[in-house]
Design a protein around this ligand. Structure first.
Ligand code: RIB
Length: 331
């Protein structure tokens, strides 16, 4: 059984109140006593019972964050931005991964409600889901927007991002463009495709092929690349806009394998997110940058504002996407 605060007090020769002060208000305790109490905490392996503290204080020091895919570096950056801003406000971030499954998303929302977190940042698997407006704790949507604007949100204009990506390929003279996406039911994917369609509509002779995959992963992108490489050259696209960078990395691997397809000569490739990794791929990848860390930090700001003024109207923050050109679309 783990040591109690009474065990720590007894071993350090101080009162339980002094131990509590060392943990919560160390400025009220002499440095020597603080050091002695922490030494005893380490020796006894004491871990504070935050549930009891929350009951006394009536408030949690945590915020929940549910992301679509914790394996995607984009969301790691979002989480990092959120953690940095939350830490400045004395809060911790508890992270859950929905894997684009509504049931897992709801299970994490239930867990965070039970944990009495101060609020939740959510990348919704379906922003239009009715449950979004009735989560029952302060909520900010991240990388998604509620259609009726009833929930605060921070995201990038993915329609504009898709337009920028496709227009860039058209400006490079490409005319047989493939959109390599994940499930078109994912709002971000659908919006990026919509933007790409707008760009192609401006060039009558351009053609768009939509390749939908069940996931936005490197493996899915590689499958598409190998499929393109297996086609007759005249049946291949001359450019690909991937709905995120993981797909683009996989497409680059699959297309270039065995030297069947040269990037960008035979196939220009652009991704989306601008995760760090795409700068160092064998052919550095062009992408559409999302300010992931700023998105995470802004989501915490919106949550803190909602906590400070529960009656305030929801706010929708929408960042502009940025085209980043590298070798995979030059030439
Ligand atoms: O989760 C799928 C994609 O949506 C991520 O790569 C990121 O682009 C997000 O917006």
């Amino acid at each position: 059984m783990s040591a109690s605060i009474k065990d720590v007090a007894s071993a350090a020769g101080v009162s339980v109140g002094t131990v509590s002060n060392v943990l919560n208000r160390p400025e009220k305790v002499s440095p020597a006593t603080v050091e002695r109490v922490h030494a005893v905490i380490g020796e006894l392996g004491f871990v504070r019972n935050d549930a009891a503290r929350q009951l006394r204080a009536g408030q949690s020091r945590s915020v929940g964050l549910v992301v679509l895919d914790s394996a995607n570096p984009f969301f790691a950056e979002v989480a990092r931005g959120a953690e940095e801003r939350a830490d400045a406000a004395g809060l911790s971030v508890l992270i859950g991964n929905s894997g684009q499954h509504g049931a897992r998303e709801n299970a994490y929302l239930d867990l965070f409600r039970e944990q009495r977190v101060r609020g939740v940042l959510l990348t919704p698997s379906d922003p239009a889901a009715p449950a979004i407006a009735h989560v029952g704790i302060p909520l900010v949507l991240v990388d998604g927007e509620s259609p009726d604007g009833r929930v605060s949100s921070v995201a990038v204009d993915d329609d504009e991002g898709g337009y920028l990506a496709a227009r860039h390929l058209l400006e490079r003279g490409r005319r047989r463009i493939a959109f390599v996406g994940g499930p078109l039911g994912v709002r971000q994917v659908a919006d990026r495709l919509e933007g790409a369609r707008r760009a192609l509509a401006e060039v009558p002779e351009a053609r768009l092929e939509v390749v939908e995959k069940p996931a936005l992963t490197v493996f899915a992108g590689r499958q598409v690349g190998e499929e393109f490489a297996a086609r007759r050259p005249e049946d291949r696209p001359d450019a690909a806009f991937c709905a995120n960078d993981l797909l683009a990395v996989g497409l680059l691997q699959g297309a270039a394998i065995l030297g069947a397809v040269q990037v960008p000569a035979d196939l220009a490739i652009i991704g989306y997110d601008d995760i760090d990794f795409v700068q160092s791929t064998v052919v550095p990848l062009s992408s559409v940058r999302q300010p992931a860390r700023e998105i995470g930090a802004t989501a915490i700001e919106l949550l803190l504002d909602a906590l400070a003024d529960p009656a305030a109207a929801p706010r929708r923050v929408r960042f502009r996407p940025e085209l980043v050109v590298r070798a995979s679309t030059r030439g």
